[in-house]
Design a protein around this ligand. Structure first.
Ligand SMILES: [Zn+2]
Length: 217
C-alpha cells in the first residue's frame, strides 16, 4: 500500500486544477489513502469457461467504490492522469500475469478520435513502463459495437464481440509464439478479452492472458 501511495504522488494532472480524489472529492491526490483502504482486492482469478481462448483473466478489484469512481473518471472526465494511477494501482496491488508483450483492448478509431485517447492503452502503457515489459499496439477494432455495458444478456455480449477485433497485419511477426497480455479497464463476462485472445492466437500468439482493473460480477 505504501508503495502505491508513494508512487502516485508523482502523477501529475494534465489539468491546471489541484488533483482531487475520484472516490470522495478530497483535494490532494486522485485516490486518497482513506478511499484506497476501502478497495476490495481480489485474491483469485476470474472463472473462465472451458471454451475460453485465454489462459487466465486477473482482476485487481471488484467494480465497486472507489474503483468504480476511479474508472468512471477515466472514461468520462478526460483525465489521462487517472489512467496512470490505475496502472500503478494494478502494478503494485496485484501480480502481473507472466508475459512477453503487453497490449490493450482497442477502441474503434472514430471513437478514439472523439475521446482523444484509449483509456485501456494508457493503463497498459503505464503498467508496461513499470514492469519493463514492451508495450505494443497489436489489435485494431474493425467493427463498431454497442457498448458492452448497455447489453445485459450474457449471450448477446459474446455475439456482440465476435469478429470485432483484428491483429494489425505488420504486428503479426511480433507475436509468434509469444505470451501476450491484454489489458482493459473492466471485465464483465470476459467476451471482449476472449475475442482478443482468439484473434491473437489465430495470428500465432503462444498464449494470451487478460489483466483488468475491475471485475463486474
Ligand atoms: Zn478519497
Amino acid at each position: 500500500m505504501k508503495k502505491y501511495l508513494k508512487d502516485i504522488a508523482g502523477v501529475t494532472l494534465d489539468l491546471l486544477f489541484p488533483p482531487f480524489c475520484c472516490g470522495c472529492k478530497t483535494t490532494g491526490t486522485l485516490l486518497c489513502e482513506r478511499c484506497f483502504q476501502h478497495i476490495e482486492f481480489l485474491t483469485s482469478d476470474v472463472e473462465l469457461p472451458q471454451t475460453s481462448h485465454l489462459s487466465l483473466i486477473r482482476a485487481v478489484a471488484e467494480y465497486e467504490y472507489p474503483v468504480r469512481q476511479l474508472l468512471f473518471s477515466l472514461k468520462y472526465s478526460h483525465v489521462r492522469a487517472v489512467g496512470t494511477v490505475i496502472g500503478r494501482l494494478m502494478y503494485h496491488c496485484s501480480v502481473i500475469p507472466e508475459c512477453d508483450v503487453i497490449t490493450s483492448v482497442p477502441m474503434h478509431p472514430k471513437k478514439q478520435d472523439a475521446r482523444g485517447y484509449n483509456q485501456a492503452e494508457i493503463i497498459a502503457a503505464s503498467i508496461a513502463t513499470k514492469a519493463h515489459i514492451p508495450y505494443k499496439t497489436l489489435l485494431t477494432k474493425i467493427k463498431a459495437t454497442t457498448a458492452q455495458a448497455s447489453i445485459h444478456h450474457r449471450g448477446e455480449r459474446a455475439d456482440n464481440a465476435l469478429g470485432v477485433y483484428a491483429v494489425i497485419e505488420e504486428k503479426k511477426a511480433d507475436i509468434a509464439g509469444k505470451r501476450v497480455l491484454v489489458i482493459d479497464d473492466v471485465c464483465t463476462t470476459g467476451a471482449t478479452l476472449d475475442e482478443c485472445a482468439r484473434v491473437l492466437k489465430e495470428a500465432g500468439a503462444g498464449s494470451v492472458s487478460g489483466f483488468v482493473c475491475a471485475h463486474e460480477g
